[in-house]
Every structure is written in C-alpha cells, then in structure tokens.
Design a protein around this ligand. Structure first.
Ligand code: HOZ
Length: 428
C-alpha cells in the first residue's frame, strides 16, 4: 500500500526539510506516510499509487469550486497562450481589483501579492506606519502566515507540531506582539488601556480556521471594532481563509463588522499562489508608490493567478452557490455528529458555512485552550481510518475541513458511512 508515495517521501526527505515544502503536509501529528497527489478532479484527489480520496482539504481552502473546475481550466489555458508573467500591469489586475472592491465594501483600494503571509506582513507594516505605533494584538491559535511578528502562540502547523514560538524570530519582533485568548474582549480592553497609544493594530481571523474552526462569540468582533476605534488602533481582518468562502463578501459580510484592513488569499487565486491586502483609501494611500510604505513583488498580480481568481469569483457570484455548499456542509456535519454519538465518542463539531472541524473534545471549543483539550491521538486514529476508506481530512486536529461546490450528496453519504466505521476504529 502507498508504495510509490513511500518511495517518493524517502527521496524527498533526503532533499527537502522533513520531505515537504510546508510543514503541515508531513503527517507528523497523525503518523503514516503522506500521500503524494498526482491529480484532482471535482471532489476527489488521486495519489501516485492510484488511490482515490474524497477531499476535504481543498488545498487548505482555495478550491471552493473543487479540483480543476472547467472555468478555471479554460481561463488558465487562454492566459497561458498569451504569456505567464510580464512584470508590468495587465487589464485583468484591474478587473480582479474591481471584483474584490465591489464584493467587499470595506476594501476601497487593494494591492495584490503572492501569498497570505505577504498580505498580513504588508498589512502590519502599513498599520505601523499609518499609526506611527509598534505593538500588535493577535489571538492565541490564530495563524497569519509565517510573518516574524505574528509567530506568537500561532495555530496551524505551529500548533500541530507543538512548537514554541519560532527560533530565529528577533525578540524585538515578537516582543511587540501581544497574544490574547480568542473571544476574550475584556482582556483586549485591558491591554489597550495598559498600552495607550502604543498599539498599531489588532489582527484577527474573524472566524478562526487555523486552530480548527472556531466561531467568534456573539458581539466579540463588534467589541473589537468599537475598542479599536476608541484607541485609534487599526482593525485587520485576516480573511485569507474566510474571504469569498463564507459568503461573496467574506466573514465581514456575514458577521456585519467592517475592518480597516482586510487580508485575502487562497480563493482569490483559484488555486494559484496569490494574496491581497486592502482597505480604506486614506490608509492604502500610504502604500508605495502613492505613499512611503514600501512593498513590492516581481510576480505580484501574476496573470495566471489573476485569471484563475477571476474565473473562480465569477462562478461563485452565481445565485445559489453559497446556499448549495452550505447545505452540503450542514448535512455532513450532522451526519458526522450522529455517527460519533453512535460510536460513543465525544466530539464537538464547529461548523459555519462550508468550514467545519470535528474536535475530539468533550466540551464546546471556543478558543485555542479549549481546542487543545482535544484528544489528538484519537484524531490521528480517525484521520487514518478515514484515509484507508478513501476520505482525505486535514492531517491535524487544528485545521479546518472545507466542503466545495463539487461535493455531491453521494460524496457526503460515503463520507458519513466511512466515518461510522472510523469513529468505531478511533474508539478502541
Ligand atoms: N493556512 C493553511 C493551514 N491552515 C496554510 C497551509 C500551510 O501552512 O501549508
């Protein structure tokens, strides 16, 4: 089993740190050999050994239309015939900027970059320049890419590997970052009062996706909005995962809170490397060349990524798209909950829109501390039992499952059937 994946992983480990180009891919917390993927179509991926899986990883979020959707394929083919990079402006960059600013009214101006990490890094730099302050507030278990100043109590791979804050980050960088429990607005208020006129920005995932899916408590984001205004602090929403995922206008539309700056990525590149940050014109005009805050990129606004992004957003804008994906996600989350109950396994399923996480925990998961009470050994057993049955969940308890437009009722039924057996396997 997995013969070719095993051979490739052994080769990769001799050449690439840990055998992977991003730590979360290494299956470190679930054990076993990572599958090397050859292809993806619709809701399925196929590995190099020919095994097919119903995929809920969705490339960690971008593939809301599923794998290799026809409109994206067509857009890419047509762009490839025209050229892949010019290092100069293109018409499609303007089109994508128009689509983003029309979809998300808090973004009046937007700058395209190459990844979510670049987006958050640039937004922090901009916030510091704009406010002439240094300190940043973030939240435990939120992950904003591998930006030095944000690698403090971070989620995603950092949580999965149980790493302390990363060596190599200057103490001055993380010393300027204050991390607070998610959903704890009281502490935010105290920290703002103790650090008057020193905090440049509060950065938050409006729905956390990198400690598993964790929803904002009622009023939490509204309090952040109010407090940040009162203290002259910029509120940054990291919508790299939730942007165009929870609705066409992102989490900020669903939850009705407008940040000063928004970071995007994943979906707006339709599966190609992309990121973006944007916000109010008065802030964005500080970005070079209009203003003094320098930020640049040879491949920024890359024609292929932009073409894939436009094709993805056009498809998402069609009526009924989000309702359809959400119905599937609810059906799946409900089926999984019943299956776990029948197997006698305590789980908490956090679900919003097409995002969900099955936490192997016995009380509601509302922050990173609670997420960490999950039985990660049990998650590992469940994950591997699902994989053996042809279902690909994220290889970590502290990540989010994504339902796509390509998932069918049959996929959902098969997933629930696999989960019935996998929960039993995890119970032993
Ligand atoms: N935000 C993604 C995980 N939650 C990033 C994937 C990666 O680190 O490779």
């Amino acid at each position: 089993m997995n013969r070719r994946s095993k051979v490739l992983f052994a080769r990769a480990q001799k050449l690439i740190p840990g055998g992977v180009n991003s730590p979360v891919r290494a299956f470190r917390s679930v054990g076993g050999n990572p599958r090397f993927i050859r292809s993806g179509k619709g809701s399925h991926v196929v590995d190099v050994d020919g095994e097919s899986y119903i995929d809920y990883l969705g490339s960690w979020g971008p593939l809301i239309l599923g794998h290799s959707p026809a409109p994206v394929q067509a857009a890419l083919k047509s762009q490839i015939s025209l050229g892949t990079s010019f290092g100069a402006s293109t018409e499609n960059e303007v089109v994508l900027a128009e689509m983003i600013t029309n979809a998300i009214p808090s973004i009046e101006r937007v700058r395209l970059v190459n990844s979510g990490t670049e987006a958050t890094m640039s937004a922090i730099r901009l916030a510091r320049a704009f406010t002439n302050r240094t300190k940043i507030i973030k939240f435990d278990g939120c992950y904003h890419g591998h930006v030095d100043s944000l690698l403090v109590k971070a989620g995603s791979g950092v949580a999965t590997l149980g790493l302390p804050d990363s060596p190599g980050v200057q103490p001055a960088e993380c010393g300027a970052t204050i991390s607070i429990p998610y959903n704890d607005a009281e502490t935010v208020q105290q920290v703002l009062e103790l650090n008057r006129a020193e905090i440049a920005a509060i950065i938050v995932e409006p729905v956390a996706g990198n400690m598993g899916t964790v929803l904002p408590a009622k009023g939490f984001l509204q309090r952040l909005r109010k407090l940040s205004r009162e203290h002259g602090v910029l509120l940054i929403f990291d919508e790299v995962i939730t942007g165009f995922r929870l609705s066409y206008g992102g989490a900020q539309e669903v939850l009705n809170v407008k940040p000063d700056l928004t970071c995007l990525g994943k979906i707006i590149g339709g599966g190609l490397p992309v990121g973006a940050y944007g916000g109010h014109h008065e802030i964005m005009k500080w970005v070079a060349p209009e203003g003094p805050v320098y930020q640049a990129g040879t491949l920024s606004g890359n024609p292929l990524a932009v073409a894939a992004g436009i094709a993805t957003l056009k498809t998402l804008k069609k009526p009924g798209t989000y309702a359809k994906i959400e119905r599937m996600a609810v059906e799946l989350a409900t089926g999984l909950l019943i299956a776990a109950e029948r197997a006698g396994i305590p789980v908490q399923i956090n679900n919003i829109g097409s995002m969900f996480t099955v936490f192997f925990a016995s009380s509601p998961v509302t922050d990173f501390q609670k997420a960490k009470t999950s039985d990660t050994d049990r998650y590992a057993k469940f994950f591997n039992a699902m994989l053996e049955r042809g279902v690909y969940f994220p290889p970590s308890q502290f990540e989010t499952c994504f339902v796509s437009l390509a998932h069918t009722h049959n996929d959902i039924k098969s997933t629930i059937q696999a989960a019935r057996e996998a929960f039993k396997a995890a119970a032993s």
